[in-house]
Each structure stands twice: as C-alpha cells, then as structure tokens.
Design a protein around this ligand. Structure first.
Ligand SMILES: CC(C)(COP(=O)(O)OP(=O)(O)OC[C@H]1O[C@@H](n2cnc3c(N)ncnc32)[C@H](O)[C@@H]1OP(=O)(O)O)[C@@H](O)C(=O)NCCC(=O)NCCS
Length: 406
C-alpha cells in the first residue's frame, strides 16, 4: 500500500511553492475578488465580502471549498483553486482560476497551483481520482498536467468562449497509483471518445408549427406525440407518485424516490432566477394530457452558451418507444434555435446503456468520461460524457424555417 505523503509546513504553510502559496480564503480577500471569483463578470469588494460571508459557508456544507493562491513576494492573492468531493466521496473535483489581469502569466501560475495541491489531494488525502477541469488550457499547463501523472478524461468541443474565439474544455484525471495497482490500469478515459456519429436517424426536427388539438397551457413546443411546457412545482406530485412504481433498477444506482416537496421547491427556485441556471420543462403526452416526464437544461452558461441536457420518462412502459428522443428533439430545437446555445453536453452513468444509445441516436458524440465514479456489485463503474454542437445538429435537421411553434 502507498504510504501517505507528508508535506512539511514552512513559513507559508504546507502548500507553498517557489513563487506562490495556497491558503484558505479570509475576509480581507474581499479586496481581491478577481483572484478568487470564478466568473467572467466582475464584482466589487462589497459584493465580494457578502460572498465570503454567505456563500463560502454554504459551499462548505456542499463539500466545496476554495483556496486562494498568494504571491510569496508580496502576499497579494493572484488566483484560486476550487475543489470538493462533489459527486462522490471517492473523487476530488478541481477548478483553477487566475486573475485575468495576469494574462500570459496565468498558465505558469495554474501549473504551480496544481503542483502544490495535487500531491496533497492524491498521495496524502488518498482521493481515488483527482479530476481537473481546464477551460481552453495552454500547452504549458497541459505539460504540467502530464508531469503530475494526469491523463485526459474528456473533451467538450468548443465549450469555451475566450478572447473572441471558441476553445475546447478539457477534464484531466489522476488515478491514485495504489488503486491502479489493485484494479489494473483502465487506460486514459478519453479513449471512450469517438467522432460524431456518421448518421443519426433519431436526430430530427419534430416540432409542429400549428399543432391541432388539446395542448398544455404555456406551451413551448409540440411534436406529434408530446408537448413541452415550463415545469410547475405541482408536477412533482405526479413525478413522485409515478416513480414510486418504478420497476427498473439498472439506469441509476437503484430506484429514486424524490419528495414532491423537494422537487417542487427546486422548480420554484429555478423559476426565480433570470437569467436561469436551470430550465426545467415538463413532458406532456398530447393524447391524454398526462405528465409523463421531464427534460431540461442544467448548469447553463449564457456567457459560453453551453448547458447540460437531462431527460426522464417516469413510466417504464413508455421508455424505449422513441418518446424520450421525441421530447429531447424538441428540447434541442428550443436550446439551439430559440435560446441560441452553441454546444450541449450530457453525462450518463456507465451501466445506463439505454440512455447512452438514446443520446447517440439523437446525434450526440461520446466525449470521454470519468473513471470509478461510483460502485456496483463490488466493482467501480465509470460515467460517460457526450457533446453536441449546434452546427452539427443544424446540418442534420436543416434550418429553422419550418416546425417552430413560436
Ligand atoms: C433515457 C430516456 C429518457 C430515453 O428515452 P426513450 O424514449 O426510452 O429513448 P428511445 O426509445 O428514443 O431510445 C432508446 C434507445 O435505446 C435502445 N435501448 C433500449 N434498451 C437498451 C439497453 N438496455 N441497452 C442499450 N440500448 C437500449 C433502444 O433500442 C433505443 O434505440 P433505437 O430506437 O435505435 O432502437 C428514457 O429511457 C428514460 O426515462 N430512462 C430512465 C431515466 C434515465 O435513464 N434518464 C437519463 C439519465 S442520464
């Protein structure tokens, strides 16, 4: 077994390098928000202080933390690392940020920050996987990742808008060597990525311009069989009721029992945000008017024009009949044509092969994934990531001349 690696503390603590040292955020850091505020939009010190007082404790409750990187020469904060065991206690997620004022020096600072925190997160803290998100990484930073033992895990094409151009977003992974020794090396996760599907029969413009017959109030788009409307808090009463009758256990880690109170709260909160971070839509079966599922856009960035798509049909007997793909095609049309998104992504649990098949059919491309994200029957399972560009979707389905409701 690999022994824990102990890093001796020096003058600036145990996360100190040649030019930088890392420490937890303090209230005085409100004077330097550009160093630790992970957003393209600026904030002033007053707002920064509010965030430090209110959001930092909330983030800590969600197992998310930030360390600020200070210059050794003058103790000025220049960047930050955000990290946490967000999805699984086995895996550490890391994001890097440098004050944009440092321009070309950012890659060197990020590389040094990683050299400081990674041995602490991997060798000392024994996280099974350390995964780092890199927006438009510079070659120098990629080299630093390689020298630390990281390998590419997934790439979201054109996900980042920076300096007037679009760039790829990468995730790199460091697998703990003791686990590689025990489980065998699964190889770089990026090997799961492929080129976009040559044909995607399920990728179609399915909306009907002037649909006849009963339609849900507040309609967004309708196809032959389904209609989308904004989710309402009460939809979760039906969702919760139907999911209690779930018969399938393979598509997630067992069955899911969402409370209508919690689901309703999520929807109510989502509707308050403008611009939104999550757009939850309800799928209605047109023939009966019944609520049968939901689709949505999560983790929305209107700056980068990207989002994650999600979908669920509540009744097992309605799955595998193309209804989910029909609803998803409406969602894609809404996201690309109406809201102007540039790229959409999706994550799927490894054993959920049906959802993966549905995404491929809808034209998404396997983009890589994450290793050992959860467990099943005494083994570790991966998750898969997918991406889809507006340009390739439009190439397949044609221009938005016909079919849009709005
Ligand atoms: C994911 C979901 C929304 C997809 O909708 P759907 O209506 O079932 O999807 P479709 O019928 O359009 O496509 C499913 C495809 O998977 C294939 N499929 C079915 N079962 C499969 C399995 N066990 N393994 C692999 N492929 C499978 C079907 O053949 C079909 O492909 P085809 O039309 O080319 O034959 C729906 O299945 C669902 O709600 N599942 C439960 C929740 C879930 O998994 N959500 C996604 C979480 S990431």
């Amino acid at each position: 077994m690999t022994e824990p690696q102990w890093i001796a503390p020096g003058e600036h603590g145990f996360l100190a390098g040649e030019t930088l040292y890392m420490r937890p955020l303090e209230l005085a850091d409100a004077r330097y928000p550009a160093a630790w505020h992970f957003s393209p939009f600026p904030i002033n010190p007053e707002r920064a202080e509010e965030i430090l007082k209110q959001d930092l404790p909330k983030e800590a409750n969600e197992r998310k933390h930030r360390l600020v990187a200070c210059r050794r020469s003058d103790d000025i904060p220049v960047g930050a690392v955000s990290y946490g065991n967000l999805w699984s206690t086995l895996n550490m997620w890391v994001e890097l940020h440098v004050d944009p004022a440092h321009g070309d020096g950012a890659a060197a600072m990020k590389s040094e920050m990683l050299r400081l925190v990674v041995p602490w997160m991997s060798a000392e803290s024994h996280n099974m996987v350390v995964a780092v998100k890199l927006d438009a990484p510079e070659p120098e930073l990629i080299d630093a990742m390689g020298s630390l033992g990281f390998r590419p895990a997934l790439r979201f094409r054109e996900a980042i808008w920076q300096g007037g151009n679009r760039h790829d977003q990468w995730f790199y992974e460091l697998l703990h060597p003791a686990w590689v020794e025990r489980l065998g090396d699964p190889g770089p996760t990026i090997n799961l990525a492929t080129v976009p599907p040559a044909t995607s029969p399920g990728s179609r413009r399915v909306s009907i311009k002037r649909p006849a017959g009963p339609l849900p109030k507040n309609l967004i788009l309708a196809s032959e069989r389904v209609a989308l409307r904004p989710a309402e808090a009460d939809d979760w009463k039906e969702g919760s009721r139907l999911l209690r009758r779930e018969t399938e256990t393979f598509y997630d880690r067992g069955r899911w029992l969402p409370s209508p109170v919690v689901g309703g709260h999520w929807v109510t909160e989502a509707m308050k945000a403008d611009p939104p971070n999550w757009i939850p839509l309800t799928v209605v079966l047109r023939e009966t008017g019944q609520v049968i599922g939901d689709v949505g856009l999560h983790g929305i960035s209107l700056f980068h024009r990207t989002a994650e798509t999600g979908s669920m049909l509540y009744l097992p007997e309605l799955r595998g009949k193309g209804l989910g793909s029909e609803a998803k095609n409406l969602l894609l049309e809404y996201a690309f044509d109406h809201l102007g998104f540039h790229m959409l992504r999706s994550f799927v649990w490894g054993p959920n092969t049906r959802s993966q098949a549905a995404l491929r059919k809808q034209g998404y491309r396997p983009a890589g994934g994450f290793r050992w994200e959860s467990t099943q029957g005494g083994t570790f399972v991966d998750s898969m990531a997918f991406d889809l560009l507006a340009s390739e979707w439009r190439e397949r389905v044609g221009p938005a001349t016909e079919g849009a409701t709005a």
